[in-house]
Design a protein around this ligand. Sequence first.
Ligand SMILES: NC(=O)c1ccc[n+]([C@@H]2O[C@H](COP(=O)([O-])OP(=O)(O)OC[C@H]3O[C@@H](n4cnc5c(N)ncnc54)[C@H](OP(=O)(O)O)[C@@H]3O)[C@@H](O)[C@H]2O)c1
Length: 390
Amino acid sequence: MKTLALFGSTGSIGTSTLDIVRARPDDFKVKALTAHSNWEKLAEQAREFSPDIVVISNEAYQAQLKEVLEGSKIEVLAGEAALIEVAKIDIDLHIAAIVGIAGLKPVFSAVKAGNDVALANKEALVCAGDLLLSEAKKNNVNILPVDSEHNAIFQVFDQNSRDSISKVILTASGGPFRTKNRADLSAVTRDQALKHPNWSMGAKISIDSATMANKALEMIEAVYLFDLRPEELEVVIHPQSLIHSMVEYKDGSVLAQMGAPDMKTPIGYALNWPSRGEVNSQRLDFTKVLNFEFYPVDYDRFHTVDLMRDIIKTDLNKAIVFNAANEIAVDAFLKQKIAFLEIEPMIQECLEHIEVLPINTIDDVFALDLETRHYAHDIVMTNRIKAGTG
Ligand SMILES: NC(=O)c1ccc[n+]([C@@H]2O[C@H](COP(=O)([O-])OP(=O)(O)OC[C@H]3O[C@@H](n4cnc5c(N)ncnc54)[C@H](OP(=O)(O)O)[C@@H]3O)[C@@H](O)[C@H]2O)c1
């Protein structure tokens, strides 16, 4: 029986994780569940899975949650400090499924406490990769990537033959607008951007997929997780999302991991690790025609990937600015305050304007994150970004 703490249980990754747990009650026991404001769904999950503790990070909903769980033995806590405390409880695996940089402090706390982490929250690694990985090393903690691409690489990247690896190839679906040109993109709506062709995901990552900022964040994630030099990382468009990433060896062999586009496969891999076990995910049917297409990335169309290539070559800490600017821009786009094509120039303007000083602590990360957020908010409020179509 493996014990779990599931942070971000009400989201897309969170509910997929609980689908796996539900099917294997003798193998997994959830000890803690957390959400931000969706207290009704958290309460429903708590009634079904009977954790010891639930945390609602938005304190405004603590009273309602307490009331509906009254009479149960479940402890109800609220606020960010509670998230950080509960991340330290003694469990076998912390599942980091909060979205955005809000996930960083709980993950850091879990790692400091010596809890292994199944990491879906890519923003934690993007903003604090060095700090997080060195803390993990110090505490003998395993970080298991859940992002499908990094999970794929993890499965085929032979750490014992590191010298024989020539590059890592990250695959990208290209999102819902892969075949549109920039002029077409000027009028796309929020609903169109939210409709990913292959994956069903939360709102933020769906928009990130449409701008390819998701791939940009994943590039940094790969650099940290697999200690890659810039020239060892390639991105290729693979619209079918069947091959989730590849590793090329110096002898010309390419090892790929494939599977149906279903996050339950990489989540299940992390839950079962280091063994492999039953996962109730979708299967590929090779008796049906499957296409495997590959195209180069058009860096002129997807500026986010180009901006991240530059960050990887110059200063990885600029990814904190990229991430914060992107979070504010995506939120503004979802609230229909800016247009789709204004997301990229907002990130670019923040990167050009904000000075990045050395990052030595988590507080340094949050200081830079906050400075960027203020600057990006100001861009939105003053409506000064003009979307380019060039
Ligand atoms: N979805 C995917 O297929 C997928 C694939 C690869 C990687 N990822 C990564 O996994 C992470 C989660 O993605 P998702 O798609 O599952 O997101 P999501 O559906 O939006 O769910 C986010 C979860 O985080 C909670 N949350 C939101 N804001 C929070 C805050 N300020 N403090 C604490 N908790 C907060 C939400 O609670 P409420 O429900 O109460 O708001 C929810 O439980 C992201 O970093 C994403 O990049 C996702």
